[in-house]
Design a protein around this ligand. Sequence first.
Ligand code: GDG
Length: 727
Amino acid sequence: MARKIIVSNRLPVKIKRIENRLTFEASEGGLATGLGSVYKDGDNIWIGWPGLCLDEESEEQTAIAELQKENMQPVFLTETEIKEYYEGFSNETLWPTFHYFSQYAVYEQSYRDAYHQVNQKFCDQILKSANPGDTIWIHDYQLLLLPSMVREKLPDITIGFFQHIPFPSYEVFRMLPWRKDILQGMLGADLIGFHTYDDVRHFVSSVIHILGLAASHGIIETGNRSVMVDAFPMGIDYDKYADTAKSEKVAAIVNTFQEALRSRKIVLSIDRLDYSKGIPQRLRAFEMFLKQYPAFHEEVTLIMIVVPSRAEVEKYKELKIEVDELVGRINGSYRTLTWAPVQYYYSSFPFEELSAFYRLAHVALVTPMRDGMNLVCKEYIASRTDGTGVLILSEMAGAAKELSEAILINPNDVNQVVDALYQALTISEENQRTAIASMMVTVQKYDIHHWVNIFMDRLAYTKEKQNALKTTLLRGEIQQKLIKEYQQARQRLIFLDYDGTLMPFTRDPNKTKPDNELLNQLQALAANPANRVVIISGRDHTTLAKWLGHLPIDMIAEHGVWLREHETEWHMIQNLDNSWKEDIRPIFEMYVSRTPGTLLEEKDFALVWHYRKIDPALGETRAGELSSHLNYLIANQNLQVMEGDKIVEIKNIEVNKGIAAARWLQSYEPDFVLAVGDDRTDEDTFRMMPPEAYTIKVGNIRSVAKYHLHTTEDVRSLLQHLTGSAQ
Ligand code: GDG
């Protein structure tokens, strides 16, 4: 049975050492609840750090046995590893960078090494249980290298990755010294999820710029796999929040709290202590509000719950001091005998008390400087079972994309936050109800269970799509069979594409002249009287003739415009008209003049714009523009526009490699056919081949061909086998 394996830095469990004994308590976070339906089922498991450094073997054994009962497997980490991998690289390098606080980022090689080592530890633990048919779902920024580490060992396994924090703009991400490894690590996954479409865009843009890979419509081509990238906004356990808020237990807590607070208007904020959450900025805005609106003195109280977090990291210590001082200053200036404007708690509360705070709060003030999603605002909405309440929400939180009925603010704009507070405290009940009702529908529908299901479904779909177009690697027995059939055949037809198949790509297409080894190989192959070797290329016929014309081979040039059999003259496949070039050429020239680094290639029946040397994103944009410009102009003409590998080409529609290749199939009635190519245009050749033909795609496993080879060297080695095997 295929297993599902969840992997995250922390296991959903709290282990404590009380008087030398370990106690285990399941954690009640939303993610743990949502993923409960996955890891608690059958043989499925959750792998992660249990949250405590154990130093004795016997303790580790106890932990393993206890956790196993809950379908969990621990990865034990030492204190040094926690310091360098978790507090160091994860929280002092990646966290600030990904939250646009690059100025706080520490670039320390030993942290990065520890991060690599710990990701490897996670990988080793996964490999103890995982099989090729399993599905692995890896979570968050502490494990960015893990997808590729697992992929290397289990190439066919299904891997999903979800990042809970933002992915920053390429301009910020590129500052990271280890940017390349990180992207490559993530691309080991089949599906990469983020909370918002902005994160998706930023990630794809970084991949295009830093790794030079091609991507379109959320699919990144890594060469042998297509990786899908998409937005999956995470939800909360809606029913749990709504039911708890309605419970009698919470009603009793609300009463107690209300008595203590009298009937003042409550503004609530809840976050971990983190500079990304904008806590000092929020306090300054509240201070200004009190200054501007004295009428609200004694009327409004800010309840600020700050959950201790990462207290070992320097920046967090500084932040704690700053928050303490600000609260002191505000309360010092405004408090009265019976009123403290800010009720500040540096601690966490039991779930029911949290729920009571949500119920009590007239306004939730959620103003992070950056937040991947922010669940607090969704929990507030779910807890407003009486239908009232106002949410002030930062546009920098992922949740703002879904909760557009909130009062959205820019957390850097103090005046805007002050105005929002005034608006929130004076808004009519009717307007409150309309906004809350609408947001409730969203939060209820897109809850945590929905999120888990949709991610899992999408992951399965991604793998299916990959498999549908997947070719088999030509090696071992298949290669033996090919060679045997080759030997037994009496009339063989061999179609070979040139660039990317026989010769590797170079930045300058004019430098891809055949080397002696290749010339000798083609000569040997063609010397066999049973062989008909056809070079089938997109190149112009003059170049092909110059490079290969002296060999006893056939040639198809310009994707099938020009044909030549052995030493005969070139002839055109049919009478083609190229008068259209006069009108179209100026458009290509305009793109060349607008875009330094690009060039126009003119063939007899085609024009090609090459953009391999320029910024890939600019290239894609201009290519899109050029294609649609051309498509608009050529309506009803016998022309076709193609976007290929860093090119845009326009040519006569009657021309393609497949149509040309069909001529040879008809003339020779071969009993062995081999077609090898790497490019999109070679797909036309593959499609035209008879079912028993050997069709081989080079460099990519996605193709209509039956088989694939990785490199041009592999192709040459295959040809070597063929020439050596038969006369
Ligand atoms: C990361 C991303 C993304 C808080 N105080 C108490 C308490 N909490 C709970 C809240 C909420 C959770 O902690 C905080 O979640 P957030 O989403 O707001 O923020 P991060 O911890 O930074 O989470 C974030 C999230 O991952 C999920 O992908 O949304 O953007 O930064 O659930 O209720 N819970 C209890 N007592 C407290 O005092 N019981």
